[in-house]
Write a protein that binds this ligand. Structure first.
Ligand code: FMN
Length: 203
């Protein structure tokens, strides 16, 4: 099971599923853990079966595991603040979206769909005792050139995946953020008023 820290469980108005409430984005990982093929495949299968516009399935994954040359190269492309902690994760996965379809047309939902596939992957990881920390902080040009990505692919995030673990090696500010409770806007901030306006008529 995933290790839970005090304050990391979401505080919700009514109960939500523990897979959602207890997910969080750790910066300390168990350096002895290796992500095996079966565990990795489960994550990718969860992502593969996500819904997408017209079943276009625009998500692509470049998987690297700690100790591999590709892992070193992907790690080097991370922003300095992410390099401070992400190297201890068992795997770094580059997620890209195919924003241009096979017919050359644009795929306007590609980023949305790719995010959904990552959400499924993250939830599967949580169910399997793993954790995922998503990172937008990386050099997309370096990744594009370094891995020879096709022009149709847009790098979106890098995922640090592993078993939450020791945080003793984290620099001070990151250790403090690791220990801080998770917060969110209140639900009331998220709800838009259903104003009446021109253009939509009630049936
Ligand atoms: C698209 C995206 C980009 C993110 N980029 C970074 C990042 O570069 N570095 C980092 O430490 N966390 C990053 N995060 C993690 C968020 O900071 C984190 O999800 C948020 O603070 C909420 O915390 P929680 O996931 O523990 O609930 C990113 C998350 C997402 C979804």
């Amino acid at each position: 099971m995933t290790r839970h820290l005090p304050g990391k469980s979401a505080s919700t108005a009514v109960p939500v599923h523990p897979l959602l409430a207890e997910r969080w984005s750790p910066r300390g990982f168990d350096q002895g853990h290796e992500l095996g093929d079966a565990a990795l495949t489960a994550l990718l299968e969860a992502a593969r079966w996500a819904p997408s516009a017209q079943n276009s399935q625009p998500w692509r994954f470049l998987v690297t595991r700690r100790g591999e040359d590709a892992h070193e190269r992907l790690f080097a492309a991370l922003a300095p603040g992410n390099r401070a902690w992400a190297g201890t994760a068992s795997a770094l996965v580059l997620v890209a979206a195919s924003t241009v379809g096979d017919d050359g047309g644009s795929q306007p939902w590609a980023l949305y769909d790719t995010g959904q596939s990552v959400a499924a992957l993250v939830t599967q990881a949580q169910a399997d005792g793993l954790a995922v920390h998503q990172m937008g902080g990386f050099d997309t040009d370096a990744v594009r050139a370094g891995f020879g990505l096709a022009d149709a692919l847009t790098p979106v995030v890098v995922l640090a995946i592993g078993v939450p673990g020791d945080t003793a090696g984290l620099p001070g500010p990151l250790a403090a953020r690791e220990a801080a409770p998770r917060t969110r806007r209140p639900l009331s901030d998220l709800l838009l008023p259903a104003r009446s306006g021109a253009g939509l008529a009630a049936a």
